[in-house]
Design a protein around this ligand. Structure first.
Ligand code: 13P
Ligand code: SF4
Length: 319
């Protein structure tokens, strides 16, 4: 504990020296989330991370999350230095959607607007017409449908499928998934619900359809935390990365939070409800990044300018 405190003080000092702020996601470790808040940074969902980073006056942002979040910060703030604890922190959705393959697919349907999830590379965002996060995907797709648009959706098939069911939009879906949410199991969730019949079920829409269909609330990480505070019931079953429990418990201090079951109940799952790439963020590599100015997130300028258009549409849409 003493060692952790010393690290936290060192990071706080470096943040001041470097004119830097931490922008963290809810899936990072509790000590990172707490430090981000205590030092004037933010902890939030991917949409709010993008907005906060763009609007913050610091000249350096330390993005604690996964690579696409660092790239988004750079796309929106080219004048800022964007540091990350490691550039190895990727996302299975980003890996599952190489820009070359997506472009070939999109070129076959030139009449369709291309809507991509924020969990993609800068190059994929540059190829898209729209970027969305889970918190505004429904609103954007409803808006596009009202304009009579046909869509290509990439890369998360579960989220795409959910949005298609909710909006009845004409969408061609890319076939990729989040390895964390894909593991939640509807049958085991049914059994758990029998043990806690009063519990409300909160689900991130990257989860499989059968799990989403059991949800009382479907939403982005911020939306799920807000719902946890608001709901009347005293027990919540939560189907998303378990690192969210830190802020969710603060929002709902008197409620019992239970993890939704994953494949094999922990024995055989690929991720056991915690993203392996989010887990690469730690106080030690945050300190190192701020001290050494490395690794820095860089995005090719032509790609950045293109990606800024589709990302800018998303941010303008929510204002
Ligand atoms: P949110 O935008 O809901 O925070 O989701 C980001 C993410 O990576 C979910 O797995
Ligand atoms: Fe990607 Fe899933 Fe990890 Fe989020 S939790 S960063 S969607 S792999």
């Amino acid at each position: 504990a003493q060692q952790q405190q010393a690290l936290e003080s060192e990071i706080a000092e470096l943040l001041q020296q470097q004119d830097a702020a931490i922008v963290a996601h809810y899936y990072t470790a509790p000590e990172i989330q707490a430090l981000a808040e205590a030092t004037g940074g933010c902890v939030s969902d991917s949409l709010e991370m993008a907005r906060f980073g763009r609007d913050h006056k610091a000249s350096t942002l330390l993005v604690a999350g996964v690579r696409f979040m660092g790239e988004t910060a750079k796309i929106l703030s080219p004048e800022k230095r964007i540091l990350m604890p490691t550039l190895e922190a990727t996302c299975s959705l980003d890996l599952g959607c190489p820009v070359g393959e997506l472009s070939v697919f999109c070129d076959q349907y030139p009449e369709r607007e291309v809507v991509v999830y924020a969990n993609t590379s800068a190059a994929v965002k540059a190829r898209a017409d729209w970027v969305v996060t889970s918190s505004i995907a429904l609103d954007v797709v409803r808006h596009l449908k009202a304009q009579g648009k046909q869509l290509i959706w990439a890369p998360d098939r579960h989220l795409g499928n959910y949005i298609q069911r909710e909006t009845d939009a004409d969408m061609l879906l890319w076939d990729s998934e989040c390895i964390v949410h894909d593991e939640f199991k509807a049958k085991a969730l049914e059994d758990l619900k029998k043990v806690h019949p009063q519990a409300a079920i909160l689900v991130h829409p990257e989860s499989p359809q059968a799990v989403v269909e059991m949800a009382d609330v479907v939403g982005s990480t911020s939306q799920l935390i807000a719902a946890a505070g608001r709901l009347e019931t005293d027990t919540l079953i939560v189907a998303t990365d378990k690192a969210i429990f830190y802020k969710m418990q603060q929002a709902a201090p008197d409620k019992l939070l239970i993890e939704a079951p994953t494949a094999g109940n922990g024995a055989t799952c690929r991720s056991c409800a915690h993203c392996p790439w989010m887990a690469m963020n730690a106080l030690t590599n945050i300190r190192d990044a701020l001290r050494d100015g490395l690794p820095e997130v860089l995005v090719d300028e032509a790609v950045r300018q293109q990606a800024e258009v589709s990302l800018g549409r998303m941010l303008a849409f929510t204002k």
